[in-house]
Design a protein around this ligand. Structure first.
Ligand code: SF4
Ligand code: SF4
Length: 148
């Protein structure tokens, strides 16, 4: 259960990685024992054709506590669904990919404020573009909450 959040909320605000384009494996900066990557770069363990992690069950051995502990609270599958509706499933545009990554982070920040999530100070999106992202992240939050 989320810190300070009811069990009903935790059913709504939970990740569904099987229905996500693995956005966190691209959007976030990661630091592991022998690997690190900046944000907006594909993790080199992500198999792009199926968007599956090649070391999923061995991430602890590789020191990937960063992604083991990460929880997007439903933002990943909502942003994925939104972008599939807007741009289709097969879009490979870097511009659209970066937009998707920014909207994931902006959605997490919005959820962070709403649910008082513990990681909210560890991620950031350029404040100059937040207003431009607002319609997308409002739509993503609506998609998450439609699961109620
Ligand atoms: S963004 Fe969320 S749903 Fe998508 S892979 Fe990451 S944790 Fe799973
Ligand atoms: S190690 Fe696997 S789960 Fe972690 S960021 Fe890379 S591809 Fe994603």
């Amino acid at each position: 259960m989320l810190d300070g959040v009811s069990s009903n909320f935790s059913k709504i605000y939970t990740s569904d990685c099987n229905n996500c384009d693995a956005i966190c494996c691209i959007a976030l900066d990661l630091v592991a024992t022998d690997y690190k990557k900046p944000k907006n770069i594909l993790c080199h363990y992500l198999k792009t054709e199926k968007r599956k992690c090649a070391i999923y069950k061995k991430r602890a051995e590789h020191g990937f506590s960063c992604c083991i502990q990460f929880e997007c609270y439903g933002a990943g599958q909502a942003v994925t669904k939104l972008f599939h509706k807007l741009y289709g499933r097969k879009s490979t545009s870097t511009k659209i990919g970066n937009l998707k990554n920014d909207i994931l982070v902006a959605t997490l920040l919005t959820l962070g404020d709403k649910l008082e999530l513990k990681y909210k100070n560890k991620i950031a999106v350029n404040s100059n573009i937040l207003n431009a992202l607002r319609p997308f992240l409002d739509a993503a939050i609506t998609l998450i909450e439609e699961r109620q």
